[in-house]
Design a protein around this ligand. Sequence first.
Ligand code: 13P
Ligand code: SF4
Length: 304
Amino acid sequence: MQIIEEIKKLKKEKNAVILAHCYQPVEIDEVADFVGDSLYLSRMAATTDADIIVFAGVHFMAQSAKLINPDKKVLLPNEKSGCFMADMINVEYLREFKSKYPNIPTVCYINSTAEVKAECDICCTSSNALKIVKSLNSDKVLFLPDTYLGKWVESKLENVEVITYNGFCPTHLKIRPTDIEQARKKYPNAVILAHPECHYEVCKMVDFVGSTKEIMDYVVKSNEKEFVIATEKGVVERLQRDSKINNWGKSFYLIKEDIICQNMKWNTLEDIKYSLENECYEVNVDAEIFDKARQTIERMLEVK
Ligand code: 13P
Ligand code: SF4
């Protein structure tokens, strides 16, 4: 496709790197240097020597890349790409939440704004949330904005109370326990995998709970042949593509058809080309909160 060649040429000319989340439209992988989950992409953002980072994902991801790379230009191809969960908490709500539980360490999910990150102790993603909470060595932790990820972490720990803010992901909450029951009946031999943003009743019923990349790694290693995926459609599309290319002989079924994050689907190849040509839309973070928000992410990246 001509546009793919044009984007690759622009990337070279501008010394740019393209990071793509695995919920993005699948054709974006053709131009991406790295495709994965939030943690993997944050780590890649931390190691790149490109001058420009084009983040094919949602705003908080591009903002996190900017916090890790203050001297680089970070671009979000389509300005509409927000995150409903990240928008459920702001600094005012955060302060109110913290004031109810004073002197307890506060963990923010990476799905939050830089302003919110600046007032938390440490950040986490879905693949390291458990490790991050454990690293605090505290019997109580405040966790925000995702109540379900927080409660899933709590269920994996003994003697740690995870006090959660009441945020959630509308896309993952569409998955109901009855969907899991129906999938078990329809695909009795399938392994069912879910993202921890799903309702905890759903997480309790499935065979594996993990971040998008953990789900993808699990199925690659597994000897099983059928998998039902309870997360955003982009993960299933990538697995189906890779199975075909590599002759895995594995089948993947999305738990139900409408598990789509519209925010993740705004970016197109045309937007990426426009973004590189015009160096837009640049993501910046206010100077007053920059260092504090950055430290919250850096503390996470330091946890081994
Ligand atoms: P991952 O960290 O698993 O990529 O999740 C990000 C996200 O927004 C899931 O809804
Ligand atoms: Fe946000 Fe949910 Fe979309 Fe993830 S899937 S980016 S949490 S709205």
